[in-house]
Unconditional design. Structure first.
Length: 513
């Protein structure tokens, strides 16, 4: 696609994806590349601006990530953030050294509002600092345009060359006017018009899909999750009945979820596509019977999915393309863009046999999650589907601990439905990142109707996180918890106890298996 583009050069900072997201919030398309990317390649991309991210190193050490001086001579505006700012100064002849005082956290910064970077910004503004090193001397040709009590060069600029360096992190929301600063850079200094919008993304992508697919047949494994649902909506708009969605109901979905997916994408739904629902519940329960080891359960669930999908693909025959809901963080985390460590290789359909010769179609490959959601709304998908909380691929299978049995799975499903209903009533569904129930495979003694009972507990989990790598516990109000407990004890069979999981990640994980 021929967008105006800003390039984010990644030096391994923890906020690199955030920088890219904030730029896109200014309606400017941007992509993340490793600092190792060849300068010729950067030039060939014809960027309107370049942003250098933060990073954990000291730029004056011999083996630290660096960049060539040429990067600053392309005639393209460059903004360095934190490590990126220090590196810009270091490469261009300034001085960076260990700071006498480490700045960390919200810090008052005094800025020169005549700098185009700080147009409309308050003279004293709160910014997020996180650095051990500091710029003790700006490079020749640079003016200092911001400082703090401990940091003589909090920002420097060479307006003539379009070079800007800031020590703090405008991408982090704790920097109160950071969005304005990034907007000033990409829209003002780089002169981007701001043409990256969801309606034009949909229009362009529809065109691209049509060009790529021609008269071919496309197969999509639809899970009902946000990404595959939005991909289905997009492909349906582009190629209608050339698309077949296979929805495997493995019996590990949340209450009513299978029917909801069918309502939206099935023959009575709003989309023009072929929809196949495979009711594979019994097949799954059979395979999973007596299996207690979590990874083994996961493996069975994943493999069986592929087997079912494969069988359907064979029935349809002559499929040319396989569509996937891969999104941009999957691409970056697979180590294909940026500098972040390979966190997970995305393998949405990993394990498909090689003799199924598909070409891949990944229409959401450029989008962040929030953009995928915006795209879903643009396509007319229901709000509840687009704003679904994350749900693990193996579904309720990893929340029905140990060997899965139908009655215990039912207890997970019913208690989860109650929890979701009550969270919605209390407005917590919009606030809490992920919430669900778990039913372990042990029983405890209780009393029901004046008689001894011996039944399962239900454990409630509600966590907040940004990236699921660490998580904190939501402090749910007591009355809400009491109401949920009451309902679970009344309405869910074979349960006599409700507990609230207080454990953050680490030491716990979000899921129990
Ligand atoms: P943990 O339990 O590792 O979970 O703290 C982190 C996030 O990942 C989700 N999760 C999964 N998602 N397949 C998935 O698609 C899985 O096997 C899986 N296991 C965990 C979990 O729900 C949480 O959001």
């Amino acid at each position: 696609m021929d967008h105006e583009k800003v390039i984010v050069i990644d030096f391994g900072g923890q906020y690199n994806q955030l920088v890219a997201r904030r730029v896109r919030e200014c309606n400017v398309y941007c992509e993340i590349y490793s600092y190792k990317t060849d300068i010729a390649q950067i030039k060939a991309m014809n960027p309107k601006g370049i942003i250098l991210t933060g990073g954990p190193n000291s730029c004056y050490e011999a083996d630290s990530p660096t960049c060539s001086k040429e990067l600053f001579e392309l005639g393209v505006p460059v903004l360095g953030l934190c490590y990126g700012a220090q590196l810009m100064m270091h490469v261009l002849g300034g001085k960076v050294e260990k700071a006498p005082v480490r700045e960390y956290g919200k810090t008052e910064v005094m800025v020169d509002t005549s700098s185009p970077l700080f147009t409309g910004v308050s003279e004293n503004t709160i910014c997020w600092m996180s650095h051990f090193d500091y710029i003790s001397k700006a490079a020749p040709g640079f003016n200092i345009v911001a400082h703090t009590a401990d940091c003589p060069v909090a920002a420097a600029e060479n307006q003539e060359k379009g070079l800007f360096a800031i020590q703090f992190h405008p991408e982090v929301l704790h920097t109160q006017e950071g969005t304005k600063m990034l907007h000033n850079f990409v829209r003002g200094i780089c002169g981007c018009e701001g043409t990256w919008r969801m309606d034009s993304f949909v229009e362009n992508t529809v065109k691209e899909i049509r060009e790529k697919v021609g008269n071919g047949k496309v197969l999509l494994a639809l899970s009902g999750g946000v990404d595959s649902s939005v991909a289905a909506g997009l492909l349906s708009r582009a190629i209608g009945k050339q698309l077949t969605c296979v929805f495997v109901d493995h019996g590990l979905l949340r209450k009513n979820e299978g029917d909801e997916v069918e309502e939206v994408f099935g023959p009575n739904g709003q989309f023009d596509l072929n929809f196949i629902r495979v009711n594979a519940q019994d097949r799954y329960y059979g395979k999973l019977a007596g299996v207690t080891e979590p990874e083994h359960k996961r493996k069975i669930i994943g493999e069986e999915f592929i087997r079912v999908f494969e069988e359907e693909a064979k029935k349809i025959g002559a499929v040319d393309f396989l569509a996937q809901g891969t999104i941009y963080p999957d691409v970056v985390e697979s180590g294909l863009g940026g500098e972040s460590a390979v966190i997970k290789s995305h393998h949405n359909v990993g394990g498909l046999p090689e003799d199924l010769q598909f070409e891949l179609v990944e229409p959401l490959r450029q989008l962040f999650k929030d953009e995928v959601r915006a795209c879903g709304l643009e396509l007319g998908l229901p709000y509840e589907m687009v704003y679904r909380q994350p749900f693990p691929g193996p579904g309720l299978g990893v929340r029905c601990l140990g060997a899965i049995t139908r009655d215990r799975l039912e207890a997970v499903r019913e208690s989860d439905a109650i929890l979701r209903e009550e969270f919605q009533l209390a407005g917590l569904d919009k606030k809490v990142w992920q919430y669900f129930t778990v039913v372990p495979d042990f029983k405890s003694v209780g009393v029901r109707d004046n008689a001894r009972s011996f039944e399962w507990p239900v454990i409630i989990r509600a966590v907040n996180t940004i990236d699921a790598m660490t998580a904190t516990i939501e402090q749910v109000e007591w009355p809400v918890l009491m109401k949920i407990t009451d309902r679970i004890l009344k309405e869910v069979k074979h349960v006599n106890r409700v507990c609230y999981d207080m454990s953050p990640k680490p030491n716990a994980t979000i899921e129990w298996e």
